[in-house]
Design a protein around this ligand. Structure first.
Ligand SMILES: [Fe+2]
Length: 295
């Protein structure tokens, strides 16, 4: 959802109507023809999707439902220890199935009565302006495929576990959902690509990889941490910096490795004031000024 690099596998739609997902040679499913055929079919659902129609059903195998059940069970234990109270509140309200992968249509049915958010299928990378822009309307783009069964606790790309466990549980909380919407409004408001990049970078360092003080403890609310079995155990040992918009806009990150620089909000109110306030008011001019000052 963020950068071309290797984060999302490229998806090619061919003239004959077929859709091909180009997995890198390092991808755990690269040499598995059955998995690759399924990835192509699932990507095809999103490529051919038209908004306003029901999201096509992705047929998952028993093995894939088993991956979801395993990862859900293991992450839930870690969430109790490491997730913010509001994320846990969202998870409790949403009540995702624990034993099988929910269809995105089902995620929407659970989520919409809570905060108005609905899911949209994505084959792979969605252009930044569209990905962020539709957040303002309460839509969240999500992949439908699941990681390869050989490595259930690892995925090089954002899969349905990341999109749903990481993001939907946060989107089920009113205060986090409001922040997602503000990010969308900011993406709609800014015109230059540079300003859009800053809006999305702030999203990356907060709603994807943000951490927060809760009493004397450090908790995570970012979807990238909360959906990653490895990162959730590591984030406390990372380079934790104070919440700072200028620093976020100039900090480099490598999407292919664990995120080693994290920004800590003092509280959810602090996050709402600083980051929510930024998204609520930023425009090309204010962002250009902020970037200039930090150079
Ligand atoms: Fe994400």
């Amino acid at each position: 959802m963020f950068e071309e690099a290797q984060y999302f596998a490229p998806v090619a739609a061919r003239d004959d109507g077929s859709v091909v997902v180009e997995l890198a040679a390092s991808h755990p499913g690269f040499a598995d023809p059955v998995y690759r055929t399924r990835r192509n079919a699932i990507a095809g659902l999103a490529v051919n999707y038209r908004r306003g129609t029901p999201i096509p059903v992705a047929e998952y195998t028993e093995q894939e439902h088993g991956i979801w059940a395993l990862v859900t069970r293991e992450l839930a234990v870690k969430h109790d220890k490491y997730a913010t109270a509001e994320y846990l509140d969202g998870a409790a309200r949403l009540g995702l199935p624990q034993d099988r992968i929910p269809q995105l249509e089902e995620v929407s049915r659970l989520l919409e009565p809570l905060t108005g958010f609905r899911y949209l299928p994505a084959a792979g990378l969605v252009p930044l302006r569209d990905f962020y822009g539709v957040l303002a309307d309460g839509y969240f783009h999500s992949t439908q495929y699941i990681r390869h069964h050989s490595v259930p606790f690892y995925t090089p790309e954002p899969d349905v576990i990341h999109e749903v466990i990481g993001h939907a549980n946060a989107l089920a909380n009113d205060r986090y959902a409001a922040l997602y919407r503000l990010a969308g409004e900011a993406a709609r408001r800014v015109e230059s690509e540079e300003a859009l990049e800053i809006v999305s970078k702030v999203f990356w360092f907060t709603l994807e990889f943000g951490v927060m003080s809760e009493g004397a403890e450090l908790k995570a609310y970012g979807a990238g941490i909360l959906s990653s079995y490895g990162e959730i155990e590591e984030f406390r040992g990372m380079d934790i910096r104070p919440l700072d918009l200028q620093a976020m806009s100039t900090t480099k990150y490598d999407i292919t490795k664990y995120q080693d620089v994290l920004f800590r909000a003092d509280s959810l109110q602090h996050l709402e004031d600083v980051v929510g306030g930024f998204w609520a008011t930023c425009d090309d001019e204010s962002i250009a000024k902020m970037v200039r000052v930090s150079r």
